[in-house]
Design a protein around this ligand. Structure first.
Ligand code: CTP
Ligand code: MG
Length: 177
């Protein structure tokens, strides 16, 4: 699999259920300051990374940080499930307001694998029913081609675990062809 071409700067939106490997991928392929993770925001404004009661404040903080980064013309990776259309729409609006391209990287891995990885996690295990809900929302989005229609400039869909593991990103300056 060739490297994913990512315009730099841009907004990179990871899309995938809990347990699909978003944070693992982000840590491997992007700089820590580039990654805005909903879990990290929950730990700041709530009790810990799994504090669902802090969701609203966590996303408000994520959006503030995102707006600031995009305003400074710095690449930002949003590490959250983003399986719901309204979550993606809000992010796309930020990119549009900043005049930045938006790239979606969709982790569309086999459901059994995602559920297994979630169960096997050392720390935070997400309720299996929640993961199934994420998987269903993702299925709808992918099968109906929603992301392309929502206005992402590029949509990368990763379907095989080996493909995800081998994935690299290649940054492209805006002037590059
Ligand atoms: N994992 C794995 N092999 C990979 C990627 C991830 O075994 N190639 C494991 C991780 O070690 C972790 C689990 O799968 O235990 C979930 O990965 P994570 O990156 O945390 O998934 P996220 O999508 O970030 O999940 P969440 O939305 O809950 O943060
Ligand atoms: Mg994560």
């Amino acid at each position: 699999m060739p490297a994913l071409a990512i315009p730099d700067p841009s907004l990179v939106v990871l899309v995938g259920p809990a347990g699909s490997g978003k944070s693992t991928f982000a840590a491997r392929c992007f700089e820590p300051d580039e990654v805005l993770a909903s879990d990290a925001m929950r730990a700041i404004v709530g009790r810990d990374e799994s504090d669902q009661a802090a969701t609203r404040s966590a996303f408000a903080l994520l959006h503030r940080q995102l707006a600031a980064r995009l305003r400074d013309r710095r690449l930002a990776v949003v590490d959250a499930t983003n399986v719901e259309a309204h979550a993606r729409r809000a992010l796309l609006q930020r990119a549009r307001a900043a005049g930045m391209p938006a790239v979606a990287i969709v982790l569309d891995l086999p459901p059994d694998l995602v559920l297994r990885r979630n169960e096997a996690r050392a720390g935070r295990v997400v309720n299996a029913a929640v993961v199934r809900h994420h998987l269903a929302r993702l299925r709808t989005a992918v099968d109906h081609g929603l992301l392309e229609r929502e206005g992402f400039n590029v949509v990368y869909r990763i379907r095989a675990p080996a493909e995800l593991e081998a994935l690299t990103v290649e940054r492209r300056s805006p002037s590059a062809p």
